[in-house]
Write a protein that binds this ligand. Structure first.
Ligand code: EPZ
Length: 419
């Protein structure tokens, strides 16, 4: 799985329609939420990507029965076989930390490996552990595992020191089965979290949105199963919309929710890219002339850190100097050296990338370092003149469903080589 590369012959015009898949970062916590009930669940619109397959395997390891076929998952966890989620299953993703909260809430015991995930900076979990400790869990970290024990979780008041997506998801899920009421302040409220709240409410959980990003959860003793359709992936949406901004491409992105990517659409309007929104379709009309811009990543609804690398690639084609400030993670610029190997002219100063455009990109051999960087490097190969080889590109398949096929259907000259 790990030894693959993608070869692109660039400067091919992209045109036609591309359909967005379900959101990996919604399906991950939603699958973990199935631990909270012994009933059956049916998920549809699930992206067939590595991170989801890993989560599905991890759940089977603790007692789940079910199947994952054609973007549908049927799953039921009638009883927990074990509270152990071993390292080898999930060393590459955030799945384990999302299992922790539901598992300790249902089972009173959990032993999960410390989470993996993209090497994009410190991936701390202190908010997760602090919240669960306050709920009554005894937590130790031994030999790369988090071991959590608790007779019964109790409701708490906890305000996140800063916004955390999986931190909010974890404590929210644990609180649905805790005794009493839980107040969570300064929650992250990404669309994936709203989708999780919809699922939990359909399971019978009692969750209320309060003002300034707070949630109030009244714990229940049991929750039911549910049927759920996963929302479309806003980061995949943004990635293909950015792909449509180059050259004289003309693509239509389908199965979108434009509201989810308003921050990106505003940036694209400001740099001179024509965007036409027709319900759940977005048509991209590049004008061939891109202006520079300054952008800073923020929690939702601000500009998403998960589109920072892809926008960096686009801004190499802007006529002037752009700056992107990465405010969420402290090491999320590893794609920049690789883009510079293709002829980009990007300098990093602290947490700001200074992108001097317009630069003519030429093909070369580059290396992918993480999921979203992989997409940014593919976009670089699409613009570059000649052949680009993206090594280490298994990362792409952690979070993008069939991306080489989707790009090829749009007219890209792209092939996946598995050694
Ligand atoms: C989620 O990661 C997403 N992953 C990431 O997407 C996304 O980039 C990130 O949220 C955006 O905030 C999933 O949903 C599976 P955080 P998460 O907790 O939850 C600090 C992708 O490409 N922090 O919101 O791990 C942390 O160090 C991935 O799909 C603490 O200090 O991120 C970071 O600087 C990449 N203590 C900031 O908060 C904690 O306990 C935001 O992290 C938790 C987080």
């Amino acid at each position: 799985m790990y030894d693959m590369k993608i070869v692109i012959n660039g400067r091919k015009r992209l045109s036609g329609n591309v359909k967005i898949s379900g959101a990996k970062n919604a399906a991950l916590p939603e699958l973990a939420a199935a631990i909270l009930s012994s009933d059956e669940f049916e998920f549809c619109g699930v992206p067939e990507v590595e991170d989801i397959k890993v989560m599905f395997e991890a759940l089977k390891n603790i007692g789940a029965e079910g199947e994952f076929i054609n973007n549908k998952i049927k799953i039921k966890i009638p009883s927990l076989k074990s509270g152990l989620v071993p390292k080898d299953i999930i060393e590459t993703s955030r799945a384990s930390i999302l299992i922790l909260g539901p598992l300790i809430a249902r089972n009173g015991y959990a032993k999960v490996s410390l989470p993996g995930g993209c090497p994009i900076g410190d991936r701390k979990i202190d908010f997760h552990l602090e919240g669960l400790k306050r709920m009554g869990a005894k937590i130790n970290i031994e030999d790369g595992y988090i071991i959590a024990k608790s007779d019964k979780l109790c409701g708490i008041e906890y305000t996140f020191p800063n916004k955390s997506v999986t931190g909010t998801e974890n404590l929210l899920m644990a609180a649905t089965l805790a005794q009493g009421e839980t107040f969570l302040g300064n929650c992250a409220l990404e669309p994936e979290i709203s989708d999780l709240i919809n699922l939990l409410s359909n399971m019978g959980a009692d969750i209320k949105h309060e003002e300034n990003n707070s949630l109030i959860i009244k714990g229940k003793t049991t929750l039911n199963g549910a049927k759920h359709k996963v929302i479309p992936d806003r980061i995949e949406m943004g990635t293909y919309i950015i792909a449509g901004c180059f050259l004289d491409n003309e693509i239509i992105v389908e199965n979108t929710i434009p509201e989810y990517i308003k921050s990106l659409l505003n940036v694209l309007e400001n740099i001179g890219v024509g965007i036409v929104i027709e319900k759940n379709r977005i048509k991209v009309n590049p004008t061939g002339n891109i202006s520079p811009i300054d952008v800073g990543t923020k929690p939702y609804p601000g500009f998403p850190t998960d589109l920072q690398a892809q926008l960096t690639t686009l801004l190499t084609q802007a006529n002037g100097i752009s700056r992107i400030k990465e405010n969420i993670f402290n090491r999320r610029f590893r794609h920049i050296d690789e883009l510079n190997k293709l002829g980009a002219n990007i300098e990093v100063k602290g947490n700001t990338a200074i992108i001097k455009g317009k630069t003519e990109l030429r093909g070369g051999i580059i290396k992918s370092t993480d999921l979203r960087a992989s997409a940014a490097l593919l976009l670089g190969g699409l613009i570059a003149d000649g052949e680009t080889v993206v090594e280490n590109s298994y990362q792409l398949f952690r979070g993008y469903e069939n991306m080489p096929e989707k790009l090829s259907q749009l007219g890209a000259n792209i092939k996946l080589i598995k050694r």
